[in-house]
Ligand binder design. Structure first.
Ligand code: SAM
Length: 211
């Protein structure tokens, strides 16, 4: 099962290597539907401050940036992989240079962001890899404005399959584990919905930062 553990490590923290490059291509082509739906479902307004966690190559960043048409609209991305940070910085370089987008190379559990500063948060395929769900959800709650909405999209069937092959590093991929950490950190209206688009089915987990 060594290969499974290695694959799990690579998916959770892609490194600058041939294998890291291959998984980055898988993210771009395999996860576009999840990324674009997470952006749509969190209800971005043109002047919002929006945050993506674990953005990887930056497909979701690109589609969120298109919605932030007012001058006040600002997009922030965080990823603790140096390689993914570089790849997304390259993809978004004009908007980063113009100040519309800010990317931080950091852990979700310790973000260099002010309290109550973010309106909408989205993420895909990321929470499964957080070693301490409570620590990360408390940090996300700290940076969100009261009433702000967070959405994560996932494919439960694929996750269960990967977990059965020991690719998932621990049990945190279970939506129930993530949803209880959210509630314990002060999120309300925490719920999961089944979604379908074209031939693909996926899930969306919603949470609202408490007032
Ligand atoms: C499986 S990839 C998914 C990338 C992209 N969201 C997608 O769906 O294609 C997980 C990403 O989350 C990042 N990540 C995982 N845990 C993180 C953490 N604690 N803090 C910051 N980034 C994290 C990884 O570096 C990686 O880029």
């Amino acid at each position: 099962m060594m290969w499974a553990v290695k694959l799990g490590k690579l998916l959770g923290h892609p490194t600058h290597s041939a294998a890291g490059w291959v998984v980055s291509k898988l993210f771009v082509f395999g996860n576009r539907l999840l990324e674009e739906n997470a952006v749509q479902l969190c209800g971005i307004q043109p002047g919002d401050t929006v945050l993506e966690l674990g953005h990887g190559p930056g497909v979701g960043l690109e589609s969120a940036a298109r919605l932030l048409t007012e001058p006040a609209g600002h997009l922030i991305g965080v990823d603790y992989s140096q390689y993914m940070h570089q790849m997304a910085s390259e993809r978004m370089k004009e908007l980063v240079a113009g100040g519309k987008v800010t990317l931080h190379h950091c852990d979700v559990a310790a973000m260099p962001l002010a309290d109550n500063s973010v309106d909408k948060v989205f993420h895909c395929n990321c929470y499964y890899f957080w070693p301490d769900l409570r620590k990360s959800t408390a940090e996300i709650h700290r940076v969100m404005k009261p009433g702000g909405v967070m959405v994560t999209t996932l494919r439960l069937l694929i996750l269960a399959k990967l977990a059965s092959k020991n690719v998932m590093p621990r049990e945190n991929w279970h939506p129930e584990a993530y949803m209880s950490a959210l509630r314990e950190s002060g999120f309300t209206d925490v719920r999961m919905e089944d979604k379908k688009q074209k031939q693909s089915s996926f899930q969306a987990i919603y949470a609202t930062a408490s007032k």
